[in-house]
Design a protein around this ligand. Structure first.
Ligand code: HEC
Ligand code: HEC
Ligand code: HEC
Ligand code: HEC
Ligand code: HEC
Length: 406
């Protein structure tokens, strides 16, 4: 009925409302939203939220494969666990009777359970990752300090055809149901449903992804997650191309949907300030973290290298590198990846808003130095542990640099 009425309103609205009619159907994917919300869709598709499914993220795939091999579990078992945050609408939440499932997988025997799990892991409607219908279908967030209670365990979904957002009313009512929720007027809570800190190895309690916890402990309230990672608010009309007779679209305060990270923005230039000055036999470096979380934060493979190149007669005569990273150990004390770690050997990342001084001994005879700070999505060490290389991940992203006369 709704569709019929809208079809008097012009072709765009008609096609869009046909798309919307599918919203109430089962297994919705976010492509339904794209026809009307092109700006949001364009931004979001550049972000790795859109690639959080194993089929579109090579480093996630490589990690899952490695965990599967060293822990003797089928990849599907690993994926069901990771889906808690990476694909929170995956229908299977836990694998019961893991031993018989593993045995069936090893022997390539198809059972009712393997069929169900395979269908759930390969479900087309979850392949677009942290998509529109993940965030905008969150009806409630259950806050908890328990590391286990993240991802789907932290949220309650609304009805399939309900969209939650930052505004009280859908000014052009009828296009879809929508309601205002506090976790959109203050989105920190929404972000922290997944970015608070969690653990994937319940026995060891090694904490991962503690960005939200770092943020809260910093006490910094100047800027929120969305201010830096979406954009500051600006005036704009949502989907201006959809018009309805007699209804004037309202100008609203909106943000971009870039969820800015190292890969799709230049957010790294706002990570830190770098100062350098000679003092006696040392070069003193001063790094100030400009973020209210650690730098680097998030996924445990992220690292930053501070590299000092001492120069004499125009050539580099000595290089010293200082790496900011977390080092994870397995139960035998060997360096490993976060997900199978039983302890943390060291974590020298910059604390929220910290200023760190580094004393670097000057190289004798050097007349100047070049200091560069670069960011890696995955440290070289971690790539070598899982024996993986890929141009996106095996790359140094520039953060800051400075030249000093000695
Ligand atoms: C990671 C969570 C997340 C995802 C994924 C997401 N959104 Fe949003 N969206 C938000 C938040 C948070 C706001 C509110 C921002 C604010 O006003 O502070 C918002 C606001 C909006 C608004 C209101 C206008 C605006 O732009 O501020 C629209 C429309 C919207 N989103 C559509 C979409 C569509 C379409 C997609 C998929 C292409 C999508 N969103 C994906 C979190 C998300
Ligand atoms: C038929 C076109 C159409 C489709 C399809 C559509 N939207 Fe909308 N949406 C609109 C219009 C128009 C508004 C209202 C804008 C206004 O009043 O300022 C809106 C508003 C919103 C808002 C803000 C609501 C609020 O109360 O804060 C969000 C969030 C949103 N849409 C998300 C989505 C998502 C997610 C999908 C896909 C599941 C989707 N929309 C599909 C047209 C559409
Ligand atoms: C449902 C869980 C979930 C929610 C809610 C969520 N995220 Fe994410 N976020 C993820 C996952 C999973 C990834 C990693 C995706 C990948 O690289 O495979 C991620 C990645 C990111 C990245 C790195 C993106 C890139 O392109 O490199 C940023 C930045 C980010 N999120 C910010 C936010 C902000 C800000 C919010 C709140 C508005 C938010 N997230 C809400 C799960 C979530
Ligand atoms: C003052 C701006 C600012 C605020 C506020 C902020 N961040 Fe960040 N964030 C950054 C910068 C700059 C980086 C890049 C350096 C780093 O990793 O620390 C970053 C990095 C990240 C990353 C890793 C990005 C990647 O490419 O993988 C995630 C995830 C993230 N932030 C999530 C959050 C969440 C969640 C919040 C709120 C709890 C938040 N941030 C608050 C500025 C900010
Ligand atoms: C508690 C929620 C949660 C769980 C559970 C989780 N992840 Fe993540 N994952 C995230 C978030 C949030 C990010 C984004 C952090 C960032 O950008 O720094 C992420 C990022 C990643 C990345 C980096 C992706 C990229 O594009 O750079 C990899 C790899 C990864 N996760 C692997 C896994 C694996 C493997 C599992 C299961 C063993 C898993 N994750 C379980 C929340 C989770």
């Amino acid at each position: 009925m709704k569709t019929k009425i809208l079809c008097f309103l012009g072709l765009t609205a008609c096609l869009a409302s046909l798309a919307y009619a599918q919203l109430s159907g089962a297994g919705t994917s976010s492509t339904i939203c794209f026809s009307c919300h092109q700006d949001q869709a364009k931004d979001w598709s550049t972000t790795w939220h859109s690639r959080s499914h194993v089929d579109s993220n090579p480093i996630y795939k490589a990690m899952v494969n490695y965990i599967s091999r060293v822990t003797y579990q089928p990849e599907e078992s690993v994926l069901v666990g990771c889906a808690q945050c990476h694909n929170p609408k995956m229908t299977i939440k836990e694998i019961s009777g893991k031993d018989s499932f593993t045995l069936a997988k090893v022997l390539h025997v198809e059972t009712e359970q393997t069929k169900k799990v395979d269908a759930s892991v390969g479900d087309a409607s979850i392949k677009d990752g942290i998509s529109c219908n993940i965030c905008h279908n969150v009806a409630k967030i259950n806050e908890s300090a328990d590391m286990e209670m993240r991802g789907f365990k932290a949220v309650e979904w609304g009805p399939k055809d309900m969209i939650y957002g930052p505004f009280e009313d859908d000014g052009r009512a009828g296009l879809h149901k929508s309601t205002q929720k506090e976790h959109f007027t203050n989105p920190d809570k929404l972000c922290m449903a997944c970015h608070f800190g969690g653990e994937t190895n319940p026995k060891s309690k090694v904490e991962l992804y503690a960005t939200g916890k770092e943020f809260i402990e910093s006490g910094d309230t100047v800027e929120r997650c969305a201010d830096c990672h979406m954009s500051t608010k600006r005036k704009g009309i949502i989907t201006p191309e959809i018009t309805r007779p007699g209804i004037t679209a309202q100008e609203r305060n909106i943000r971009s949907h870039l969820f800015e990270g190292a890969r799709n923005s230049n957010i790294l230039k706002d990570t830190l300030t770098l100062k350098a000055k000679p003092s006696g036999n040392n070069l003193i470096l001063e790094l100030t973290n400009l973020t209210p979380h650690k730098a680097p934060t998030g996924f445990g493979g992220r690292s930053m290298d501070v590299k000092v190149e001492f120069i004499k007669d125009g050539s580099v005569v000595n290089i010293q590198t200082y790496t900011l990273e977390i080092v994870y150990l397995d139960k035998k004390g060997k360096e490993t990846i976060p997900y199978i770690a039983t302890s943390i050997k060291s974590d020298n990342r910059l604390a929220p808003n910290e200023t760190r001084k580094l004393n670097i001994p000057k190289f004798a005879g050097a007349t100047s130095a070049k200091v560069t700070v670069t960011y890696r999505l995955v440290s070289e060490k971690m790539l070598s542990i899982i024996n993986f290389s890929d141009p996106i991940f095996n790359k140094n992203y520039p953060v800051a640099s400075i030249d000093v006369n000695l």
